[in-house]
Design a protein. Structure first.
Length: 57
């Protein structure tokens, strides 16, 4: 994506989105801008979970 002229993003935007995903349990923050996907996140990506059913922590 970084090499594509079609996609524009900033680190601040990505960081903000990741923080939101952490609030909903889809990612876990490991520190220094590193995130890991959770089991819940994997279920969402597999289509096994509707994100509308999630609540923020």
């Amino acid at each position: 994506m970084a090499d594509s002229d079609r996609v524009r993003f900033s680190r601040q935007h990505i960081n903000a989105r990741c923080k939101t995903l952490v609030k909903y349990g889809l990612l876990v923050h490991l520190g220094n801008g590193v995130y890991d996907i959770t089991r819940t996140g994997e279920q969402y990506l597999a289509g096994e979970l509707d994100a509308r059913d999630l609540e923020a922590d």
